[in-house]
Design a protein around this ligand. Structure first.
Ligand code: 26Q
Length: 814
């Protein structure tokens, strides 16, 4: 029974009530008193207490939303890299202090309890983390939103580095990490694969019969998302595949037993594991099954929910926005067509009208190897009805193009969805969406100039930009509580919900007391991180050295290799002259490589052996230290980013669509060293040229150099510094030589140095030298840090979401 006291649990949350609620959970789930409980039991019971609060809050929000009516948005993404939930929820609800105190009275440390929570790795990197930041902001800003994704049993692999080699281990996060998830068997549905499509004529209409298909059950698991000081609670719905075959015992005796089990297993394989590669599509059929599984389950669910609330689909396109986060969920478009045509007897024109008013699409890359295509013959076998629908969308669309551009076959074939036996998912996404956006100013501009140029010419209004953002509460306030306290003290707490107010911090640029505070906070965060490193690796970091950090997926275009070359150059110089008086430097890396990505793994090996080489020379490692942290994930980022002095954002111009790590470092007072790529350009505009180290070629110069013919060896021959670094690859580190990397940079299989590390090397070293000089001027550096923080407000995902709500979804708050 719900008592009045219960209802007000959150508002009237006090120590006594909390203690009572926690004790009840401990008793009913584990049969222990708080005194007898273990940390893990405290963790689980605490989650259950928080869930109860959220369930009640959710019910209220649901009522308010229903009463208001209005539009809602569904955010579709194959990845949601949510990170741990407990701290975020306690802080958002404003009950963390009470929980901390109460636990402390019971003899537990809340910080230790936080560590009991596994960090779900349900994403590869930027795209998945963006989806999670967006759910946070949508909820904080009281927008009605639901996320849909897959409940992977195994998230992104756990990484170990053994003798320089990345070893992948399974991430079994569900084992006890699913306390937050609420299974909703009542909302499960069936998704069909394979089979054949038959047509018949009934009452003058063509009826579709899908036969001989295999059915998989989709079961949703709900995760409640809180916002900061907000009445809203939204849902992230994670879909799990289940076999529908019931077990036939008689088959056992007939020798069919194993076969039946095998079939069960193959159905459940669909949600077994997250594909660990980004920026590379392999065209694997299991990935296609995952994509359709998500799209079909989500759309059936969206329609069912809509009908339950409205009774008819009449106003569907006015009330619903469905956002496709990259092309991965693009099958939502033909799936909605299928449902409207085959199940609700819509005409093609009416169904298409609904689709083209409901879907919007964000592109996250223009790199050709990342643009998804499916082999049409294989696709047809797995999804015959969806294939038919795509063929018809393509037929009608190319017909329209023919009348617009008669005879212009080149253009029409570039814009078609089907071409050369392949299905082009980016084209399907553009054709089926009313709005398409890029993720930074530069990227959005490049989209309209390159991959989507033809579509842009046809309808410029279809294209827009929404620069990415980060959940600044998670990444600043919760990850860096000391900095948050300083901000509260100096500019007041309004920036917590109005990030643009961070700009008021600029007023303190000449306040020496504040600057000193800032540097003490950075030092404390470096100490906190150093304790963590000591615990994990046994290494003792020098807090007074500059922390120079590059953390992100390992990829050639992100150029961890350029960073390594710069380190090698500094290291060899130091070796030649060991008494060199220099600022001590600590280079920190963390990165996962896709398991099949050979070159990325070679770069990890290089960094690892540079590090181990230096470790063996005590005199040198006082001055230069390299640390590769294993298993980069959200939790590691939360402790590492606040400790950074220098933020490495050094992709080849034109390759990084936006980047979001750059924003996380900036808001924590790190200064960026970076190229004019992605959101670095906007960061540079925000902080001004004195508060960032920009180097290297810009996109026009990169293009020009490609056209002229880039010869890496020319750079090598011209630069003494560069030769020293590259030659060192040949002589090696800690007994390991890197001839493959040497060849990759200078001769290569196809083109040498495809991401132009050598072209940018000298300029990178000069920028680095400037940064090291400036770092030694404490006052100057602290001021730079302050300006970075003060100008980071526009990179809050609150701003991004307000732009999506206005420019794309036409969404209003509850
Ligand atoms: C596709 C097909 C098959 C298997 C995997 C994939 C796949 C999975 C993940 C392809 C791409 C991704 C992830 C891409 C990604 O994270 N892109 C990044 O998105 C960020 C958010 O917009 C940007 O800031 C980064 O610049 C961009 O690289």
């Amino acid at each position: 029974m719900t008592t009045e006291r219960d209802k007000n649990m959150e508002q009237n949350f006090d120590k006594e009530r909390f203690k009572e609620a926690l004790s009840t959970k401990l008793a009913s789930y584990f049969g222990v008193t708080p005194e007898e409980a273990e940390e893990a039991q405290i963790y689980k019971s605490l989650v259950l207490v928080v869930r109860d609060i959220l369930v009640k809050k959710r019910a209220k929000f649901h009522e308010a939303r229903k009463k208001r009516g209005g539009k809602r948005v569904y955010y579709m993404c194959m990845e949601f890299l949510i990170g741990r939930s407990l701290k975020n929820n306690l802080c958002n609800l404003g009950i963390e202090p009470i929980v901390r105190e109460t636990l402390s009275e019971l003899g537990f440390s809340l910080s230790a309890v936080y560590k009991k929570e596994p960090d779900p790795g349900l994403g590869n990197g930027g795209l998945g983390r963006l989806a999670a930041c967006f759910m946070d902001s949508l909820t904080t800003l009281s927008y009605p939103a639901t996320g849909h994704t897959i409940c992977y049993e195994y998230g992104l692999f756990k990484q170990k580095i053994i003798d320089g080699v990345q070893v992948e281990l399974p991430d079994d996060w569900m084992n006890d990490g699913s306390v937050w998830l609420e299974p909703r068997a009542d909302k499960s549905c069936l998704v069909r694969f394979g089979g054949r499509v038959l047509e018949s004529w009934e009452n003058g209409r063509c009826k579709i019969h899908h036969v001989d298909y295999e059915e998989v059950q989709a079961i949703p698991y709900d995760l409640m998302i809180t916002g900061a000081e907000s009445e809203a609670v939204n849902i992230l719905r994670l879909w799990r595949a289940h076999s529908v075959r019931t077990f036939n015992m008689s088959a056992f005796t007939q020798g069919q037993y194993v076969k039946a089990i095998e079939e069960n297993i193959s159905a459940e394989t669909i949600s077994k594991v997250l594909y660990p590669s980004d920026h590379h599509t392999e065209g694997k059929m299991l990935r296609l099954s995952q994509q359709y599984f998500l799209c079909s389950a989500a759309l059936q669910n969206i329609i069912a929910e809509y009908l339950a609330g409205h009774g008819t689909l009449a106003d569907f396109k006015e009330k619903i926005a469905i956002h496709l986060n990259d092309t991965h969920p693009a099958l939502c478009i033909p799936e909605l067509m299928r449902i409207l045509l085959d199940m609700y007897s819509y005409s093609w024109e009416d169904a298409w009208d609904v689709c083209t008013h409901v879907f919007s699409y964000t592109n996250h890359t223009i790199m050709p190897e990342a643009l998804e295509v499916w082999n049409e013959d294989l696709f047809k076998l797995k999804l015959p009805r969806i294939h038919q629908i795509i063929v018809e969308i393509n037929r009608r669309y190319t017909q329209e193009l023919w009348s617009l551009y008669p005879g212009d076959w080149d253009r029409i074939s570039r814009m078609a969805i089907l071409c050369g036996g392949q299905i082009r998912m980016a084209n399907l996404s553009v054709v089926g969406s009313y709005k398409v956006n890029g993720v930074s100013k530069l990227h959005s501009e490049l989209l309209t100039k390159t991959v989507f140029h033809d579509y842009y010419k046809k309808d410029p209004q279809q294209f827009t930009n929404v620069t990415n953002g980060i959940a600044h509460r998670r990444w600043l306030i919760y990850a860096n509580p000391m900095l948050a306290a300083l901000l509260d003290e100096t500019i007041g707490p309004d920036y917590r919900k109005q990030p643009e107010k961070l700009s008021e911090f600029a007023k303190f640029a000449n306040d020496n007391a504040v600057l000193e505070q800032l540097s003490l906070i950075k030092k404390a965060n470096k100490e906190r991180f150093a304790r963590y490193v000591k615990e994990k690796t046994g290494l003792l970091l020098n807090i007074d050295s500059i922390f120079d950090v590059q953390t992100k997926r390992l990829h050639e275009y992100k150029r961890q290799l350029l960073n390594a070359l710069q380190i090698i150059e500094a290291y060899t110089k130091l070796k030649e002259n060991p008494t060199l008086n220099m600022l001590p430097q600590t280079y920190l890396f963390a990165a996962k490589a896709a398991p099949g990505y050979h070159m990325a793994k070679e770069i990890i090996k290089l960094i690892y052996f540079i590090a181990s080489d230096i470790e063996k020379q005590p005199a040198l490692r006082e001055k230069i230290r390299v640390v590769f942290m294993e298993d980069y994930n959200v939790s590691l980022a939360e402790i590492l980013i606040p400790a950074a002095d220098l933020s490495e954002q050094i992709s080849l111009a034109g390759k990084e669509a936006s980047g979001t790590g750059n924003m996380k470092f900036m808001i924590n007072g790190a200064v960026t060293i970076g190229t004019l790529d992605g959101a670095n350009i906007e960061i540079s505009e925000a902080v001004g040229p004195d508060n960032i180290y920009i180097f290297g070629l810009n996109t026009d110069e990169v293009d020009e150099l490609w056209r002229r013919g880039y010869v890496a060896a020319d750079c090598y021959n011209k630069s003494e510094r560069l030769r020293r670094a590259i030659d060192a690859l040949g002589s090696g580190f800690d007994g390991h030589t890197f001839s493959e990397l040497f060849a990759y940079l200078l001769s290569g299989h196809g083109i040498a140095d495809p991401y132009m590390c050598l072209a940018d090397f000298d300029s990178y070293c000069l920028a680095h030298d400037r940064a090291l000089t400036d770092y030694q001027n404490k006052n100057k550096w602290n001021k730079m840090a302050l300006h970075n923080i003060a100008n980071a407000g526009i990179f809050s995902s609150d701003r991004s979401i307000e732009e999506y709500a206005q420019k794309i979804w036409s969404l209003s708050k509850v």
